[in-house]
Design a protein around this ligand. Sequence first.
Ligand code: NAP
Length: 260
Amino acid sequence: MNIGFIGFGNMGQGLARGLLRTGAVSATQIGASARDRAKLQRNTEPYGFRAFDSSADTVRFADVVIVAVKPYQVEAVVAPLRELLASKIVVSVAAGVTFDDYERMLAPGTAHLSTVPNTPVAVGEGIIACERRHSLSATQWQAFEELFSHVGLVLPVDTPLLGLAGTICGCGPAFVAMFIEALADAGVKHGLARADAYRMVSQMIVGTGRLQLETGEHPGVMKDAVCSPGGTTIVGVAELERKGFRGAVIDAIDAIQRKK
Ligand SMILES: NC(=O)c1ccc[n+]([C@@H]2O[C@H](COP(=O)([O-])OP(=O)(O)OC[C@H]3O[C@@H](n4cnc5c(N)ncnc54)[C@H](OP(=O)(O)O)[C@@H]3O)[C@@H](O)[C@H]2O)c1
């Protein structure tokens, strides 16, 4: 199965690298086009991806076409490809461009699906929030899910919640990166080498997330499990509560939702 990227910026490259490193496809099964040919060459050549001169050539090459331009560019990019896209599986990663928008832009009967992936797809640990409403056949959906499961958790959501899922999963990495930095700073303050502190904290976060996913345990239960009576962890938990840790995280999402 060939994968063609129309637009090869941060998200396009992240997905392509994730698909390659997880063995979902080989490098020659990935092709891309973008506006700046020299930049495209620099971003494809080191990995062995194919670089195309036009979006039309990318679509001709691909079985699955990933629309990875900025949301405001989607219409102008897709319109001239309408007929060519009719026989492909079109996967959009453009935030806020949903099923109804693509129904208007694409030829009737085109198989298309709107998603919002997050950047950890590059290392196979992403989340691909997908609009539950799509026009893929059962077999096409299965093929999509099989492919994208290599780079993350494929999670269908109802249309009104797609934006929120994108916010939680897309902005979340910035919050987590701030937490990594803060906890590592504390480690450095108390004597850890900075490089060790980053590695330690990041792996702790990967492990905690993995544990929650595999056990399905309530996060409160996970917290309680490491808080022994009269122990040290509960002292830190109480301090975080006093500083409004959880409220601050919820307020951050509220603020983003207000801005949208
Ligand atoms: N980055 C994220 O964390 C994230 C998360 C979720 C969803 N997304 C979605 O992913 C999409 C891409 O975001 P991004 O961060 O990857 O943006 P980006 O880094 O700016 O990349 C955009 C790409 O689109 C190309 N492009 C622009 N106009 C084009 C045209 N007419 N024909 C072909 N290619 C064209 C650009 O080429 P040139 O560079 O040559 O101009 C560039 O390769 C957006 O819709 C965004 O909502 C991103």
